[in-house]
Design a protein around this ligand. Structure first.
Ligand SMILES: *[C@@H]1O[C@H](CO)[C@@H](O)[C@H](O)[C@H]1NC(C)=O
Length: 429
């Protein structure tokens, strides 16, 4: 990979203003990586506080540096409202472009009629906002504004721009241990849960890759596991995936049955039983790989032409070969480190050195991992580690690696802006 050219292309792509939330109060966009561009994240810690983020590391340090950054519960561009902001800070007091507010996001209902219920039959396509908007100002001029929102139908919304891209070349936002979001005793949560939103909520936000580890318990059936700890029955997760693609039929979801940690001898009988359960729930939605697992795989247009939405990857090669609708194992690059610098150099190397496998896609596991000693001393729990790295992930994938990645799976994904970075990258790739 030519880093010089790669970086230049990333910078050029960032100068293209995106979406509706790009007011051009200053005329032509003079900065490449525009100063004062804003986005909201949700803290990965228990408090779920809203976090203000703005770009300070500008390519052209011009006069677009914001004077202040504020949080509103309405769209500040809609000048008919004049209520004061919830939070307002001087940007120069926070040179890293980050401020954690005391406003709790919690677990609000999903806008656009996307809140999950078994009887749900329709929801509103397109992006939707929670009632939180961030804005950056120079004097009284708005530099940029953006809401915290969901992107339930981003693939279809952008089908004209992204339809010709191959699935292995798309920037696909994902979650790590996607099923590990609740259902374990309190004292285990900190080391077992990698998420705090349901699979449904992840999909509604825009996540399109699910990493699932499967366990089998005599009498109780199949569970999503985190290693040896069982978390939740697989059936509910399958129902949510199914419901989601019924409501959003052009979204493509990669479901990766990545490991079968329990029992340790997850034998052929269990695989057969599990595959038949998956087929019952998702078989009719599954895109058979057929001759598609070559090079970077099929384009989105080719997938849409088949009216299938779910790509099911299976970690056991032989089982995948025996079932025409299963894809070969998907390679995950996992650093297994709790050190931020090590993670960055590992990911950078993985991007450069990745070689095509039997499956045209590959996943970067962009999270830190506690080490055994941390469990012993109750240090470096998963929320803390996600907090340590999520902000940096946004910058790495936006400013350095946007062009070269495929699947990026994170912990506590609302703590980073990878979904929006992925969408913007795909539109401009
Ligand atoms: C596979 O494992 C299951 C569950 O432990 C067991 O009931 C079954 O007999 C095993 N099958 C074979 C062929 O070993």
């Amino acid at each position: 990979m030519d880093c010089g050219i790669g970086t230049l292309i990333v910078l050029l792509h960032l100068c293209v203003p995106f979406g509706e939330g790009s007011p051009m109060e200053f005329g032509a966009n003079s900065g490449l990586r525009r100063c004062g561009r804003v986005y909201l994240t949700v803290s990965s810690s228990q408090d779920t506080s809203l976090e203000l983020n703005w770009i300070t590391d500008c390519v052209h340090p011009d006069n677009l540096k914001p004077d202040y950054v504020a949080l509103y519960n309405y769209d500040v561009k809609d000048r008919s409202e004049e209520a004061p902001p919830l939070v307002k800070i001087r940007a120069s007091d926070f040179s890293s472009g980050y401020y954690k507010t005391k406003i709790k996001f919690g677990h609000p209902w999903l806008p656009g009629n996307w809140e999950y219920r078994e009887t749900l039959t329709r929801a509103d396509p397109g992006p939707h906002c929670f009632p939180y908007w961030i804005a950056s100002f120079r004097g009284s001029n708005i530099i940029d504004t953006k809401c915290l929102g969901i992107q339930p139908t981003w693939m279809n919304d952008n089908r004209l721009q992204i339809g010709t891209q191959k699935i292995g070349n798309l920037f696909i936002p994902g979650t790590h241990n996607s099923g590990a979001f609740n259902g374990v005793p309190k004292f285990l949560e900190n080391y077992i849960l990698n998420q705090d939103r349901s699979v449904w909520t992840q999909l509604v936000h825009g996540i399109r890759y699910l990493d699932l580890r499967i366990g089998y318990y005599d009498g109780d059936g199949f569970y999503v596991n985190h290693d040896l700890v069982r978390i939740t029955k697989v059936a509910q997760i399958f129902k949510e995936i199914r419901k989601f693609v019924q409501l959003a039929p052009k979204e493509i979801i990669v479901v990766d049955f990545h490991r079968f940690p329990y029992p340790s001898n997850f034998n052929a009988t269990l695989h057969e039983k599990f595959v038949s359960l998956v087929y019952d729930y998702l078989g009719d939605l599954a895109l058979p790989p057929g001759g598609l697992q070559v090079g970077k795989g099929p384009t989105l247009n080719e997938i849409w032409a088949q009216n299938k939405n779910v790509i099911i990857c299976y970690a056991d090669k032989a089982v995948a070969r025996e079932n025409y609708w299963l894809w070969q194992p998907l390679q995950q690059h996992w650093a297994d480190t709790k050190n931020v610098d090590n993670l960055k150099s590992f990911l950078s190397k993985a991007i450069k050195e990745h070689r095509v496998t039997l499956n045209p896609m590959f996943a970067l596991m962009a999270e830190l991992t506690p080490q055994p000693i941390d469990l012993l001393f109750r240090t470096n729990n998963l929320r803390k580690l996600a907090n340590d790295v999520n902000r940096k992930l946004t910058m790495w994938f936006r400013d350095e690696w946007a062009r070269d990645v495929n699947i990026v799976a994170t912990d506590y994904f609302l703590g980073n802006d990878v979904i929006n970075v992925a969408i913007d990258t795909n539109i401009n790739r």
